[in-house]
Design a protein around this ligand. Structure first.
Ligand code: TYD
Length: 204
């Protein structure tokens, strides 16, 4: 089996969708065939660390500040991680990318597609495939509650998750594979991811 490189894959979904599990599974699959890196945004950069505090509500940040910081954090990620890895022929899988910014930081004025365009205009590479793990917000919220008790992040309410899901769905194009996660266990979901991945990126 050969994986065609350069290859840049992104996983997206609302909080509690289970995308990190799916990203890890695809990473394990690819890495057994060819060198692969699994990255995550926000990163460990100084902007990423500030963002984590804002997401926990430890420090306040307006929507505009969050938008600005996520883009600065991505500038760091693209320059230090994503581009150098792709240039070395390493498969890059990122758990959240600019579609998260588009879905989470959108407002009535700065809409999701405007945010995508802002990111593309920055020169950030467009992925070969986006796996959008699409889970019902009420199901996702139950998972979040089970996993974190009262230790919640700022976006973790039903109303907000519904809005974020709608924003994601407004961005779907040919690059997206929408994986319907409603009633499936992670094993079954991964079969769907792998089926799509194999069709697009594996040669015998
Ligand atoms: P993440 O660590 O992926 O959380 P989880 O594993 O619970 O999904 O992401 C942290 C939070 O950051 C998540 O609530 C989404 C948010 N986020 C944005 O709002 N904008 C962005 O551009 C990114 C990358 C993340």
């Amino acid at each position: 089996m050969i994986i065609k490189t350069p290859l840049f894959i992104v996983f997206e979904g609302i909080d509690g969708a289970g995308k990190s599990t799916q990203a890890l599974r695809l990473y394990n699959f690819c890495n057994a065939i060819t060198p692969t890196a699994l990255l995550q945004e926000p990163t460990q950069s100084k902007h990423g660390q500030t963002l984590r505090k804002m997401l926990k509500g430890e420090i306040q940040g307006t929507t505009e500040e969050l938008l600005d910081l996520f883009i600065k954090d991505r500038e760091y990620d693209v320059e230090h991680n994503i581009q150098p890895l792709l240039q070395k022929g390493i498969v890059v899988i990122v758990d959240r990318y600019f579609y998260s910014t588009a879905a989470y930081q959108a407002t009535d004025i700065v809409t999701p597609d405007v945010i995508v365009t802002m990111n593309i205009n920055k020169g950030f590479p467009v992925p070969n495939r986006v796996y959008f793990i699409d889970v019902e917000p009420s199901v996702a919220l139950k998972r979040i509650q089970n996993r974190s008790g009262n230790n919640r992040e700022i976006f973790e309410s039903l109303h907000i998750l519904e809005k974020i899901r709608k924003n994601y769905l407004s961005l779907v194009n040919d690059t997206f594979a929408v994986i319907k996660g409603y009633n499936y266990d992670e094993e079954t979901l991964f079969k769907y991811v792998l089926h799509d991945f194999t069709q697009h990126f594996i040669t015998e």
